[in-house]
Design a protein around this ligand. Structure first.
Ligand SMILES: O=C(CO)COP(=O)(O)O
Length: 221
C-alpha cells in the first residue's frame, strides 16, 4: 500500500476547497489518497469514497478548558488522519517532541492515525520520547521531511531519503511502519521516491495545491 498525501497548509477558502475537489480526478487505485485540509473545511467537505481527510493540527490536551484548541475527540468522525510535528508547526506553534507524543497518544485513543513528521535535528529525540510515551510505536505513519527540501524545489536525493527511512524503522523497532518522504515532490520525481525500498509514499505541499498536478503524482502501485 502506498500513501499520497496532499498538505494544503494555510490555503483555500471553503469555496476554493470545494472547487479543488470538483476538479480532482485521481487515477483508480487501492492506494491511500489523503488530503490534509484546514479545520474550517472539515465537516463541509465530503470527499469521494476514494479519498480520506487529515487534519493539520490537534490539541495536546483532552477536552476541557483550552480556548482556541481543537481536540482529537472533536476530530473523531471528521478525519482518519492528522499531521503532527511538521517543521512549520514546531516553529509557528511551538510543538515540542513531548507535545507531539501527547498528541499521538490522544489521536490513537480517538482512532485517528497520526502522521508524525521528522527531520534530522529531532529525529532521534522524537522517536525516544514517543517510545517513552507509548512504550511501543505502532498504528502511526512517519514522514521524513528535510527542512532544506520544503518549498525550495531542492528535493532530497531518493537514496538519502531511503537511508533515513531505514534509520527511522530501526530506531522505532518496527519494520512495518509506513515511512513517507516529503519535500519538493512533483510529478517528475515522485517515482524515484516510490521505488525506494523503505519509502511507501509521499507528503506533498506546493504541488498538491493544483488538483491536476496532484493527480499526476499519484502513481498506483
Ligand atoms: O511540507 C511539505 C509537506 O508537508 C512539503 O512541501 P513542498 O512539497 O511544498 O516542498
Amino acid at each position: 500500500m502506498q500513501y499520497f498525501i496532499a498538505n494544503w497548509k494555510q490555503n483555500f477558502s471553503l469555496k476554493e476547497a470545494q472547487e479543488w475537489f470538483s476538479r480532482f480526478a485521481p487515477p483508480s487505485t487501492k492506494d491511500q489518497i489523503i488530503v490534509a485540509t484546514s479545520h474550517i473545511h472539515l465537516g463541509s467537505i465530503t470527499p469521494s469514497p476514494q479519498l480520506s481527510l487529515a487534519a493539520q493540527f490537534v490539541s495536546p490536551y483532552d477536552n476541557g478548558a483550552h480556548t482556541g484548541q481543537i481536540g482529537a475527540q472533536q476530530l473523531r468522525g471528521l478525519v482518519d488522519y492528522c499531521l503532527v510535528g511538521h517543521s512549520e508547526t514546531r516553529k509557528d506553534l511551538q510543538e515540542t517532541d513531548q507535545l507531539v507524543a501527547q498528541k499521538v497518544r490522544l489521536l490513537q485513543k480517538a482512532n485517528i492515525t497520526p502522521i508524525v513528521c521528522l527531520d534530522l535535528p529531532y529525529l532521534e529525540s522524537q522517536i525516544r520520547v514517543l517510545l517513552l510515551e507509548l512504550l511501543e510505536i505502532k498504528n502511526l505513519i512517519f514522514a521524513y521531511e528535510p527542512l532544506s527540501a520544503i518549498g525550495t524545489g531542492q528535493s532530497e536525493s531518493p537514496q538519502r531519503a531511503n537511508e533515513i527511512a531505514f534509520k527511522i524503522t530501526t530506531l522505532a523497532h518496527n519494520r512495518s511502519l509506513p515511512i513517507l518522504y516529503g519535500g519538493s515532490v512533483d510529478p517528475f520525481n515522485v517515482t524515484d521516491y516510490l521505488s525506494q525500498e523503505y519509502i511507501s509514499g509521499v507528503l506533498v505541499g506546493s504541488a498538491s495545491l493544483d488538483p491536476e498536478e496532484f493527480a499526476k503524482i499519484i502513481k498506483p502501485s
